[in-house]
Design a binder for this molecule. Structure first.
Ligand code: G6P
Length: 617
């Protein structure tokens, strides 16, 4: 978590850093800060709150000039969010300054050691310990900044992406990464450099970027270039400059009030982009290089283990139904955070699928490292190209959702399901578990999903009206069966995340083993009751709710009359195959949570306490 931005070049650094931090606020937004060097002085301004608060504060506190600077937007780990704990942090001499994304796990012992040598600390952070450790090494060993950073990092345990500079040598910035992402943008003739957690802060200035790998550090020198080394053994690494494919429009709101709403509406395109070139309906084939090249591994697998967190875990649950139903391959779905710590039984005949929008989630990354160490084959399903999980996997398939900026995940979920459906269908065909006509039927229906999502989005005004009726309740229940049970979980998660209303997702049939006790005339219950998904059983569950006076919001197939007669409200989605229905039923649930949050005046794109990319355990 946390976003870091840095600039060194001929332009004013302040506006670049502030705009960059705004683009990275999805990574954390409980405090923000900036350090600028104006040729003589190092000026630091930092505050609890958002980047907009930092702008107000720096307006009063510092002159905003300088061509070298670093900035930070924080998601607190060590120390509460307050002004003092905000980054950047200075060393005791005031010469060195650092921004840090990650956690230094052994900071307490390092801190005690430094205190015993006379160092003092203003904040409760692990980061202030690191910058003083670097200063201590630099003085003791009488080495340059790059070397001091390297020696210090070899003493720390933890995760980091850092940027450090010395105000007495401001033509040089040192960066390093282990477990947290770090990109370096390179301007023409190396007369400017950008540093950021992802490339979005420097897209309008350069398309040339270097992504540091784990355990690498770089010394960046104005007009002289970049030198990358391995932190452990000091060996030089070739600098590989990539050309970025991302455009600025993709990371802007494009006329929508919120990124979340924009991303909900982008789903028809995102799903199309995800299956384009892979789903070839006329030829009746699915083409996915990562699957094709590893077909034997998939077909000989004992089982598939899916590891993920949050919304991606819900996509994994949908995938469990698809893989078992269509391809007849046993699947287990695990929270990455549990999997990595419970000594799982896993070996070479297992295939692990890791699902992650960001490709940076620390628990998912650790889970796949564990799986690989046991010999399992790891297949990554990520959205962010070149992300850590994508790189750490043996093979994979990208979702082509485009950048997802709203913290509550929407288009990432539906595109993950799209990729996983394609894989399941391809394997089903290879195994002969699906007939040719059934396979063709699935391809046809999947190809029609974007158009049907478009249809589902037309219920927006009606959903807003329903949101207005229930916005003030304290609890919501979401029920679904089969393929739509994970959708119920995802619907409840969306509501919790952005409206702070307590919501629980449950398999509809399990309701009678607990949640039914909660039902009274004040309790809205969203029931997914599409025509093909155990419809009669779900109707019985609705009757049970009705007789306890619960308020029913039914998500139904177009033209449904039975649930319409029973429910207080119905929201229709077009008809499709049951296996594809999550791609449609999830749409009204996204819109419902969105409208409730907006009506409650919550910060939809940056809900409290959450972050988009969770790079800490
Ligand atoms: C955070 C985000 C969620 C996301 C989860 C997993 O909690 O707020 O929206 O589902 O991390 O992230 P990933 O990038 O691995 O899909």
């Amino acid at each position: 978590m946390c976003g870091i931005v840095g600039y060194m070049g001929y332009r004013e650094a302040y506006p670049i850093i502030i705009e960059g931090l705004k683009r990275l606020e999805y990574r954390g937004y409980d405090s923000a800060g900036i350090a600028l060097f104006d040729g003589t002085n190092l000026k630091v301004s930092k505050t609890k709150g958002k980047v907009a608060d930092l702008e107000d504060r720096s307006e009063k506190e510092i002159t905003k000039t300088g061509h070298v600077g670093i900035g930070h937007t924080r998601w607190a780990t060590h120390g509460v969010p307050n002004d003092v704990n905000s980054h950047p942090h200075l060393s005791n001499s005031g010469d060195l300054v650092i921004i840090h994304n990650g956690i230094i796990e052994n900071y307490e012992s390092l801190k005690q050691e430094l205190i015993s040598r006379g160092y003092t600390f203003q904040s409760d952070t692990d980061t202030e310990v690191l910058i003083n450790l670097i200063e201590d090494v630099k003085k003791k060993e009488n080495v340059k900044l790059g070397k001091a950073v390297q020696i210090a990092l070899n003493q720390v345990i933890g995760a980091y992406a850092i940027a450090v500079f010395d105000k007495t040598k401001p033509e040089e910035v040192v960066v390093a990464r282990l477990g947290s992402p770090l990109a370096i943008g390179i301007g023409a003739n190396e007369n400017e450099f950008f540093i950021a957690s992802d490339a979005s802060p420097f897209l309008e200035y350069t398309k040339n970027a270097v992504y540091l790998e784990d355990e690498e550090m770089a010394v960046i020198r104005f007009k002289k270039g970049i030198k990358i080394r391995k932190i452990k053994d000091d060996s030089l690494v070739d600098t590989y400059v990539q050309e970025l494919q991302l455009n600025l429009e993709e990371i802007e709101k494009g006329g929508y009030d919120h990124f979340m709403l924009k991303e909900i509406h982008e789903q028809p395109k995102a799903i199309t982009d995800t299956y384009r070139g892979r789903l070839l309906r006329r030829e009746a084939i699915i083409k996915m290089a990562g699957v094709e090249d590893n077909m034997k591994k998939f077909l000989n697998a004992n089982r598939i283990i899916i590891v993920a967190c949050g919304t991606s875990w819900h996509a994994g649950l949908v995938a469990e139904y698809i893989f078992e139903d269509l391809a007849r391959i046993p699947v287990e779905v695990e929270y990455a955070s549990e999997f990595r710590y419970r000594n799982p039984v896993i070996n070479e005949s297992d295939v692990v699928i890791a699902i992650s929008q960001s490709g940076e989630t620390a628990d998912t990354l650790a889970a796949i490292k564990l799986a690989k160490s046991k010999g399992a084959f790891v297949f990554g399903v990520c959205n962010v190209v070149g992300s850590s999980i994508a790189r750490a996997s043996d093979a994979g398939a990208y979702t082509h959702a485009g950048p997802e900026i709203g913290v509550a995940s929407t288009k990432a979920f539906t595109t993950q399901i799209t990729v996983l459906t394609l894989i399941a269908l391809r394997l089903a065909r290879a195994k002969g578990a699906i007939t040719s006509s059934d396979f063709r039927h699935h391809l046809l229906e999947l190809e029609m999903i974007p158009q049907k999502v478009e249809e589902a989005l037309k219920s927006d005004a009606h959903i807003k009206m329903v949101a207005d009726i229930y916005k003030d309740v304290s609890n919501f229940l979401y029920l679904g069966r089969g393929y739509n049970f994970p959708v119920a979980l995802e619907g409840a998660l969306k509501l919790k995340e952005i409206s702070y209303i307590h919501a629980e997702g449950y398999p509809a049939a399990e309701m009678k083993h607990g949640p039914i006790a909660l039902i009274d005339e004040n309790m809205p219950i969203v029931v997914i009751a599409t025509k093909k998904g155990h419809y009669e059983k779900v109707v019985s569950n609705i009757q049970e709710i009705k007789s306890r006076k619960g308020k029913i919001i039914g998500i139904v197939t177009e033209g449904d009359t039975q649930v319409r007669d029973l429910a207080d409200h119905v929201i229709e989605v077009p008809e499709t195959l049951e296996s594809l229905s999550p791609l449609l039923t999830t749409i009204p649930l996204q819109l419902l949570s969105y409208h409730i949050a907006v009506l409650l005046d919550k910060n939809v794109d940056q809900p409290r306490n959450l972050a988009k990319s969770v790079t800490v355990e």
